[in-house]
Design a binder for this molecule. Structure first.
Ligand code: SF4
Ligand code: SF4
Length: 231
């Protein structure tokens, strides 16, 4: 059975925190050590943004994610104060470092299906690193947030998750709580493996639906941020 735990949304002292850090899974016998992308150098092994994908009208990451940057702090689920009413960043030229360097999985990963642009699909994919306990090899994984129940109907969702599971990438499912609270989170590779191996798309979606329903009732904590930016 897939176990749920909350994802931390709070401050990590001494690190250049970016968007939400992805934690380990409580039900694993040997939980992986997970690193935020910000714990690595900016360029280390991260795929470049894809030239044929642009954010367009999307501004999901400016609302859905926790940003804990010295220049801007906000908890997930709240709209950034700089997000213009008609969309777009109101301080684009001077936006914080976090915002300058963040690209979601849809922007960076070719195997994330094209219809999954976050604002059109309600699916937000983030990259993170999973490391073995004692400085073992680091593996690039994804955290997939289903922002709304209708995300389960998004074209390409099952295929994208199947591709990640089949490739052995760590896949975590995030189900948001109320604004200001952490997401419930579980590693879902084991839950999906049999359906993926059988190429059973309906089975993958059934399992995801069940995980979504259980994740809605999963554990959460209030997000704790660093001190508010000066001025
Ligand atoms: S969620 Fe992705 S596509 Fe949407 S604005 Fe952020 S980086 Fe761009
Ligand atoms: S500062 Fe701009 S880019 Fe950064 S979260 Fe706010 S609106 Fe988005």
């Amino acid at each position: 059975m897939t176990g749920w735990r909350f994802s931390p949304g709070g401050r990590a002292a001494g690190t250049d925190r970016r968007f939400t850090i992805v934690p380990g899974c409580a039900n694993l016998k040997s939980p992986p050590r997970l690193l935020p992308v910000s714990a690595m150098s900016d360029t280390e092994s991260l795929p470049d943004p894809l030239p044929d994908r642009s954010c367009g009208e999307c501004s999901v990451c400016c609302v859905a994610l926790t940003i804990d940057d010295p220049a801007l702090r906000k908890a997930q689920g709240y709209r950034c104060q700089h997000l213009a009413r008609e969309g777009g960043c109101g301080i684009y030229e001077t936006r914080p470092h976090t915002c300058r360097t963040f690209y979601c999985g849809w922007r960076r990963l070719k195997w994330v299906r094209a219809p999954l642009r976050p604002d059109l699909s309600d699916v937000l994919i983030q990259l993170h690193w999973e490391a073995s306990h004692q400085d073992g090899p680091k593996r690039l994984g994804v955290a997939v947030t289903l922002l709304h129940r209708r995300a389960l109907k998004a074209e390409g969702l099952a295929e994208t998750l199947a591709a990640a599971v089949a490739a052995g990438a760590p896949v975590f499912l995030n189900i948001p709580g109320p604004p200001g609270f952490t997401m419930a989170q579980a590693k879902i590779n084991a839950a999906l493996e049999a359906a993926v191996a059988a190429r059973d798309k309906a089975g993958v979606l059934r399992i995801l639906t069940d995980l979504y329903v259980r994740g809605r009732g999963g554990p959460r904590k209030r997000v704790v941020l660093g001190p508010a930016p000066a001025g």
